[in-house]
Every structure is written in structure tokens, then in C-alpha cells.
Design a protein around this ligand. Sequence first.
Ligand SMILES: Cc1cc2nc3c(=O)[nH]c(=O)nc-3n(C[C@H](O)[C@H](O)[C@H](O)COP(=O)(O)OP(=O)(O)OC[C@H]3O[C@@H](n4cnc5c(N)ncnc54)[C@H](O)[C@@H]3O)c2cc1C
Length: 407
Amino acid sequence: MPEETFVIVGASLAGAKAAETLREEGFAGRIVLMGEEIERPYERPPLSKGFLLGQEAREKAHVHPADWYDKHDVELRLGMAAARIDRAAKQVWPAGGEPIGYDRLLLTTGASPRQLDVPGSKLEGIHYLRSMGDSAKLREAIAHGGRRVVVAGAGWIGLETAAAARTYRNDVTVIEPESAPLHRVLGPEVGEIFAGLHRKHGVDLRLDQGVAGFWGAGQVSAVVTSGGAEIPADVVIVGIGVRPNTALAEEAGLEVSNGIVVDEALRTSDPDIFAAGDVAAAYHPLLGRRIRVEHWANALDGGPAAARSMLGQEVSYDKIPYFFSDQYELGMEMAGAFSPGEYDEVVFRGDLDELEFIAFWLAGGKVVAGMNVNVWDVTDDIQALIRAGRPVDRDRLADAKIALTEV
Ligand SMILES: Cc1cc2nc3c(=O)[nH]c(=O)nc-3n(C[C@H](O)[C@H](O)[C@H](O)COP(=O)(O)OP(=O)(O)OC[C@H]3O[C@@H](n4cnc5c(N)ncnc54)[C@H](O)[C@@H]3O)c2cc1C
């Protein structure tokens, strides 16, 4: 039988981990890992934390050492964007290059920052954060301190970069259209805690207002809010969410709906094409619905799961969404998923004032999500509570003296 070729489009965490798993599982055929960026695959969390703060070296972010790809016979094609998929001929066409035939194809094209489309949005000094280059550029802009930094959006990226900008001793204002930071992902109860944290660190948090436009002559000099306020700015950071990179899949006629639609085996509507990571809207067998997860752990686990599926193994990808963040002295992990309005109450255990607690989101008496803040080694127990899917005693849940395994 001729050697099979597996092509992976998107040389980032999910793609690189998929290539690794293919080799670990004994795949002896050809692997092509194609990526638009010129940097070899890397992890993005440090870009708004240690790398942005100058505490973590570039090398630490890479998924594999430079020689790993050759050693494992993985053809890493950097600076190469896939422009088109010809499903009938089973070929991927790189922009301006020769087509590459595939037996199985994996799409790990990730996501890109949503752009603010308001007057002045093309001025110099307005930053978005996705790539290593973006992070290095932003660091250069804020690392010397003493600048007026305005952050548009109090989501994870907005808050982490606000914390970094404060750590570098800049004046920081955060503008957010919702009534609390992280409102859409955490709801108001826990969002308030993040508001308190940032205010304590001197961030001017302007809630219930969005960005209406920017002033400046070439370089941004002020941000105008929807409330009419004009906030002087030397540096602007826009963190208003991401969009999945689905154009390639869409043009190839694959089913796309807020991400590339895949089943629980991460297979698309074409049986030879798979998708994983930020770009995949996957059916989650435990939750009983399709979700698209924009978190590091989902790229780390989803890439390998897709690889096993490509090899014909039976895969039911049912990891509970998991996320982590670090801001100032607050470190947290979160497991679970819900949408605004999908939970009834939040139960806390621990000390909110000392920022050492766990928050549980309950729906119909069952735990649907949990966040541990400066409390460690509990995420497995929290995930077990979510997985159990049984009503819990809320008083026992709130009582830190009772082990989570006993709740
Ligand atoms: C600054 C930052 C901080 C973060 N911090 C955290 C955190 O603390 N915790 C957490 O859980 N998550 C965090 N995340 C999210 C996490 O990094 C993502 O979930 C993860 O990167 C998704 O990996 P991926 O491989 O699916 O996609 P991506 O990392 O988006 O990579 C996709 C790759 O595909 C390439 N590509 C796209 N289209 C094509 C094409 N047509 N041809 C070739 N290549 C293409 C892209 O250039 C990119 O390199 C953070 C993200 C950012 C940006």
C-alpha cells in the first residue's frame, strides 16, 4: 500500500500536538504541518502574561524544540498559508504554491481577534494581541511605564493586559460595555470580584460604555466612549473577542456555524477532514450540544483527540472546558461551561476578601462550572462534580471544612 499523507493546516498548539500524537500512535506515513506564521508552533497564554511582562523567554513558549520536527519526520512548512482545499482531488493549495495531496486533513486554523470598526481605528498605537510579534510590539509600547494606556474590553485578554500595563506602572483605563468585567463568561457575581481586584490596583474601570471612536493625527491620542467621554491615550489595546478562522472550510463547502462543525470524534461533514482547537465547534457528548472552546487546554487535548480519530480510533472527545488566568496576585482555574442566564445561583466557599475561594455555578441544583481562585489541586474534584451531573447540597458545597469529594 502506498504511504499515506496526513496534512495539518494551522501550525499552532492543536496542530503541533496532533502531529506529535500521530507519531506516538505509530503513524509511519507522511505528515505535513503547514502554518501561516513564520514562528514554529507556540503557546499563546504567555503572550499576555510572562512573555509580555518580560519574565519568560520566547523559547519557553514553543511547543517543541526546534529539532523535534526533523527528528520525527514532520514536514513543518512555516510562512505557508493554505488558500484552498480541493475536496474532490483531496489536495490543499498553499497560496502561490504547488498543491499537496492528502489522505486525511486536519484543520487547526484557530481564531483571530475581532476588529473594532469605529472612526480612527486604523491609527498608530492601537494594538491587538494574538501572535508573538503582537506581544513583543505591545511590550515595547508599555514596558517603560508612564504611558496612558486604554484597554477596550474587560474580557480575559483585556484584563490580563491591563494587569501587565499596571505592573509596568502605566496609567490604565479599561472600557467595557457590560456592567461588570467578564460579564458574559462569569456573570455579575464573580465579574464584580475582578472589578474590585483591578480597582485595587489602580485601574480606572469604566463600565456600561463602549468605544465610539479614536482621535489622533497619525498616532492615537484619545479614545471617545459611547457615553461621550474623551480619554487621553498613548497606547490602546483592543481585546473584544475572537472569530474562528473558518474561511478555508467554508469555501470548501464544509459545514460551518460559529466554527467548523465537527462531531464528537472531531470529524467534519467530510469524513476525511477533521478540525480541532479554537476553530472547531464540536458536539460535546456530556453537555449534549455543540460548543466552541477558545482555551489552551482544548487545543492541547483536542489536537491529539483529532489525530487519533484520523487514525481510525474510536474517539468521543468529552473533556470539560478548562481555562486559567493570572492577574496580579490572583491565579485561577475554571472548569465547566454555561451561557449567561443558564445558571440559577453562584455558591462560594472560602475567603473572598483574601482572594482564596472557589465559586460554583449551579443550575437546577447541579454544578455546571467551578472556579478556584488561589486555591490549588482542586480542579479534578470540581470536574468530578460537574461530570456527576447530580444535585448537590449547597450548604455542604459552601462549607470549606467539608472535602469536595464528600459533597
Ligand atoms: C494573548 C493570549 C493569551 C491567552 N491566554 C490563555 C490562558 O491564559 N488560558 C487559556 O486557556 N487560553 C488562553 N488563550 C487562548 C489559547 O491560546 C487558544 O485557545 C489556543 O491558542 C488555540 O490554539 P489553536 O491551535 O486552536 O489555534 P491558534 O493558536 O489560533 O493557531 C492557529 C494557527 O493557524 C494558523 N492559520 C490560520 N489560517 C491558516 C491557513 N489558512 N493556513 C495556514 N495556517 C493558518 C494561524 O496563523 C495560527 O498560527 C490565550 C490566547 C491569547 C491570544
